[in-house]
Design a protein around this ligand. Structure first.
Ligand SMILES: [Zn+2]
Length: 119
């Protein structure tokens, strides 16, 4: 059995309109989440675990890190502000990517967003 671990971040939503304190651009924040994929033989995706959430400037990627276990209400409020933009984003990506994001919302308990995105 050969196990490999793939890690990275995926975009999970679009947030508030803010003026970035780093690059001074004004725009909607991007919400990203760490993931860890464990694959056997590079072929069968066994599991995708998700981790910390980053809310960053869409230009320079400066931003904050949130813990879904503690900050889920804050994460939901941020994406709720950009819910229309997030929904448009979800409609542009593949259904498997969309399902991964909705699964992550459910895991974090973002039920209001899950309901909104499923309408
Ligand atoms: Zn910036």
């Amino acid at each position: 059995m050969v196990l490999t671990m793939e890690t990275g971040t995926m975009d999970i939503g679009i947030g508030r309109i803010v003026k970035c304190t780093n690059c001074n651009n004004t725009g909607r924040e991007v919400v990203k989440q760490e993931f860890f994929n464990q694959d056997a033989f590079y072929i069968i995706p066994l599991n995708r675990q998700t981790g910390k959430v980053f809310v960053v400037c869409h230009i320079c990627h400066w931003g904050i890190k949130l813990n879904p276990k503690i900050d889920s209400a804050k994460i939901e409020a941020i994406i709720w502000d950009g819910r229309e933009q997030t929904k448009a984003f979800l409609n542009r990506i593949s259904s498997s990517q969309r399902n991964r994001i909705l699964k992550s919302y459910r895991k974090m308990g973002l039920n209001k967003l899950v309901n909104f995105m499923s309408q």
